[in-house]
Design a protein around this ligand. Sequence first.
Ligand code: ZN
Length: 94
Amino acid sequence: MNVMPDHRLRIVKPGVLSMWCPGCMKAHHFDVHALNHDGKAIGWDGDHARPTVEPTLSFDGCEFLLRAGTLYFLSNCTHSLVGQTVPLPHFPLP
Ligand SMILES: [Zn+2]
């Protein structure tokens, strides 16, 4: 049995990461060098398995904190996981 590294974040290209969002049921991409919707620089701690990304990330109808591999969906999300705390999942198998 192969033991695959526990990579829940994917590097799309240098500085751009991708994660699977269980609320939107799709991948979100974000640029770790960019500013978020509040004008704050996005920071990632470099951990692929239990990442922390700050500050909050916001996508269309989806806003969350990602701390130590746990997603904290904020109350303004429009999907079914609004207000919930869930582990960051792996990407689904193709
Ligand atoms: Zn989402």
